[in-house]
Design a protein around this ligand. Structure first.
Ligand SMILES: Cc1ncc(COP(=O)(O)O)c(C=O)c1O
Length: 389
């Protein structure tokens, strides 16, 4: 057999770096600041809501394709109360198996072979794989370091649009850089999308994890309501990343398109968890405030600790990741650095190069997650400080 087993569209995608680094953490007993998952579960009341749903037999059999009505209504209310966005829970909301499935379904639904998809680089790793599975061509626009922030060059974005551009795939707050796009940046993106008649998929899973500035959904900008597929998820907001409940809000036509692909991926998932997330979305505003305040304190703790340990630090405005520059430590290659870090000091991190098409653009950067208990972060910081000695 000369033909490779793996579909050539997936050539080069191999095993995700998260699996490799999490295995390394387990093997070496290191503190895992690689993969972005909290080391404590979300609110007890939400966990109890899932238990109740399981016991009461709600969602134990296939839930409705678009998601249970209770959750779709709660999502629509969240978008209205938080952002003033009106979506019909019956036709403009779709529940998915995490944001990951929403991203896959949206790209498979909207992209055809030959279409170009502009994605902010560095990008979350599933974007590249899903664009490839859809047969699209990825066109990266790179966020570049400018002082303590990675910034989007709007001229570069404009220049990246061609007659083949189908859509822009946006992510704000942005993983892994922690950049939160500003009102002016989002307005410029909206203007461009309208001018060039582009669709936008916007991944807003970190919408509630903003420490400086504010999260503004692209869909609120002029002309964007009916050309934007907004994606979010319960994983990050409620610290239940294993539940995999995500959602799409968009116009009826866009939701219909995304649902057409989604129904043949998982069809449905997580029945009882959907009921629990419906309750979670109705938690008092103090919950969302406390979540951000807790993570802001952890951001400061880890960012300051990393700086004291000798890293260059890009203090994130949102998400639960901090990107660092390893060059002040005399290192140059993030892959080598992350592969040796567990042995050198018992900490696992992720080389940002995995999030780039042009790996060399990400070579000196390494990402640490701070969604961990304070004592774990303190322990990691004192271990990382050994790098200097
Ligand atoms: C930017 C981004 N989008 C999507 C996801 C996945 O979300 P979910 O767990 O809901 O599938 C993640 C998880 O790390 C992420 O960082």
């Amino acid at each position: 057999m000369t033909r490779p087993l793996l579909n050539r569209r997936l050539d080069g995608f191999g095993t995700t770096i998260f699996a490799e680094m999490s295995a390394l953490a387990a093997r070496t007993g290191s503190i895992n600041l690689g993969q972005g998952f909290p080391d404590t579960d979300g609110p007890e009341a939400v966990r109890e809501a899932a238990v109740r749903a399981l016991r009461d037999g709600r969602g134990n059999q296939y839930p409705p394709g678009p998601g249970v009505p209770e959750l779709r209504t709660a999502i629509a209310e969240h978008q209205r109360d938080r952002y003033g966005l009106e979506f019909d829970p019956d036709t403009e909301v779709l529940v998915t198996a995490g944001a990951t499935e929403a991203i896959a379904a949206a790209l498979l639904a909207l992209v055809e072979p030959g279409d170009e998809v502009i994605a902010l680089e560095p990008y979350y790793d599933s974007y590249a794989a899903c664009i490839a599975m859809a047969g699209g061509t990825r066109v990266p626009v790179t966020l570049r370091p400018d002082g303590s922030r990675f910034v989007l060059d709007l001229d570069e974005l404009r220049a990246a649009v061609t007659d083949r551009t189908r859509l822009i795939l946006l992510n704000t707050p942005h993983n892994p850089t922690g950049t939160v796009l500003t009102r002016a940046e989002l307005a410029a993106i909206a203007e461009l999308a309208v001018e060039r008649d582009l669709l936008v998929i916007t991944d807003e899973v970190y919408e509630h994890l903003v420490f400086d500035g504010e999260h503004l959904p692209l869909s609120t900008f002029t002309g964007m309501r009916n050309r934007t597929v907004t994606i979010s998820s319960a994983g990050k907001t409620f610290s239940f990343t294993g539940w995999k409940v995500g959602w799409v809000t968009a116009s009826h036509d866009l939701v219909n398109a995304v649902r057409t692909a989604k129904q043949f991926l998982t069809y449905v998932s997580g029945g009882p968890f959907q009921y629990a997330v419906a309750e979670a979305l109705r938690l008092p505003t103090s919950y969302f405030h406390d979540l951000a305040a807790d993570l802001r304190a952890k951001r400061d703790l880890l960012a300051d600790g990393l700086r004291e340990a000798g890293f260059g630090v890009f203090r994130p405005a949102g998400t639960y990741f901090v990107t660092t520059d390893i060059r002040p430590l005399g290192a140059t290659d993030g892959f080598d650095f992350c592969r040796s870090l567990p042995e050198r000091c018992g900490v696992v991190a992720i080389p940002n190069a995995v999030f780039y098409d042009a790996k060399e653009r990400g070579t000196p950067y390494v990402r640490f997650a701070f969604c961990k208990r304070t004592e774990v972060l303190n322990d990691a910081i004192s271990r990382l400080k050994q790098l200097r000695s």
